[in-house]
Design a protein around this ligand. Sequence first.
Ligand code: VGL
Ligand code: ZN
Length: 187
Amino acid sequence: MSQESFGPESALLVVDVQNDFCPGGTLAVDGGDTIIPVINAWMPRFATVVASRDWHPANSVHFTNWPPHCIAGTYGAQFRAGLDTERFLLVLDKGTGNADDGYSAFEATSEDLESWLHGRGIEMLYVCGLATDYCVLQTVLDARRLGFGVTVIGDAIAAVEVNPGDGQRAQEAMEAAGARFVLSGQD
Ligand code: VGL
Ligand code: ZN
């Protein structure tokens, strides 16, 4: 299996691999934790690895649509154990205002991701994490709108599937926006 490193123009973006989206969490995603070793295996190939966290206040309007999850500073908001967090050069907190959904990592309030990436000459994003049909989807659509090349790691994402098929439809929407999908070992 080829495990080439990527050039400095490429970054890995790890979306919301947090306890509440993993088994036992308040908004658990099927397979939310099984992607962790897959993500870890990709990290050493990048000079730049960035991660986002869903990071909501307890009184967020977001919780009119969702069970409370990823409340700032709580166990549910922590990165899942086993994720190689020491490789993160930047951690972005999003959904931090009580009127924010904050699905996209480009809406992070802790750092402007677009200018941070541009400042480092990064033009290509490899995207993985949770959840395919919300935060991965909105992050990828924003990245494409902003002109980044996007590759989604198809075996390192998992979907909420509020409605069956949401993950598949999200993939189609990302592909229609120009994102490429790859599988580990076939990249
Ligand atoms: C997410 C639903 C609500 C996600 C966040 O990380 O995909 N989904 N908040
Ligand atoms: Zn959320």
